[in-house]
Write a protein that binds this ligand. Structure first.
Ligand SMILES: Cc1ncc(COP(=O)(O)O)c(C=O)c1O
Length: 273
């Protein structure tokens, strides 16, 4: 895997262009470009339409298939629903080079283990021909099809308000406890936000201290392409009971303060360098 740096608007197209150019010059044509343009995991960022068009154009120019994972696309809180890359990539040659992936894990339940993909032939048959999963759960698929007979929108209409409440509780608690030390994303959908820690935080000490107090998060290194221990963490709010969110952020703030070598202000004004 080759990682492409990102910013508040998702994958950086200048870096992608440079990487594609370099790999192709070395005769290493990429098999595909994997992208999560909507409520990206772990940052919660969304790619604007102009950047999506650049991405589609770059994929075409270098003749590399796009694999679009839109598993959070239906967990939408506010603002207009952005068209998927797949919907924007509909000229005659595009579908042959584009795989669109969705999942029911984020809008129904992870345990149901059902997802779906859209792709044109021959790509579709090439992918399904590679499955070694002992068969899909067709019974669960039939139950889910019945459940969603009236469309997914009516179900997410019930679940979304609870998620918005949790996100807002988390944002309020972060403002109250961590404004001087950290920065974080404000996701318009999805199940988590991305928080930047001060550079002088002892990341391993923070993991241990928070875990000892029953507060768990996904450390930045889990999402880094080379496993680098970057000073970020992902806070997932979907599963946390409302009443624990503020208390938990208070614990996190105390632990961050204790794991730093100074009490200076955070020293950065953007989420990404
Ligand atoms: C970006 C991304 N893609 C795919 C999945 C997997 O979904 P599923 O439960 O359908 O395997 C996840 C789950 O966390 C995810 O974050």
């Amino acid at each position: 895997m080759v990682g492409i740096p990102m910013d508040e608007q998702g994958m950086r197209m200048d870096c992608l262009a440079d990487t594609l150019e370099q790999l192709c010059a070395e005769g290493r044509k990429p098999r595909f470009i994997y992208t999560l343009t909507t409520y990206q995991n772990p940052t919660g960022t969304c790619m604007p339409a102009s950047r999506k068009r650049e991405l589609i154009a770059l994929a075409k120019r270098y003749d590399v298939p796009l694999v679009e994972d839109n598993c959070y696309g239906d967990v939408h809180f506010e603002g207009p629903v952005a068209p998927a890359l797949f919907a924007m990539d509909q000229d005659a040659t595009a579908p042959a080079q584009h795989v669109y992936i969705g999942s029911l894990s984020k809008i129904f339940a992870p345990g149901v283990r059902l997802g779906y993909l859209c792709a044109a032939e021959p790509l579709f048959s090439q992918i399904t021909g590679q499955r070694f999963d002992a068969g899909s759960n067709t019974f669960a698929a039939a139950v889910l099809a019945e459940f969603y007979r009236d469309g997914i929108a009516s179900h997410v209409g019930h679940t979304t308000p609870a998620l918005i409440r949790k996100r807002d509780l988390l944002l309020d608690a972060l403002v109250a406890n961590l404004s001087d030390q950290c920065l974080w994303s404000r996701p318009a959908g999805g199940l988590f936000l991305w928080l930047r820690l001060p550079a002088d935080t002892d990341l391993e000490a923070l993991r241990q201290l928070t875990a000892a107090r029953g507060f768990y998060y996904a450390p930045g290194r889990d999402f880094h392409v080379a496993g680098k221990d970057v000073p970020y963490l992902r806070l997932a709010f979907g599963h946390v009971p409302d009443e624990l969110i503020s208390e938990g952020v208070g614990i996190l703030a105390e632990c961050i303060t204790r794991c730093r070598t100074s009490n200076a202000a955070r020293g950065f004004d953007t989420l990404f360098d």
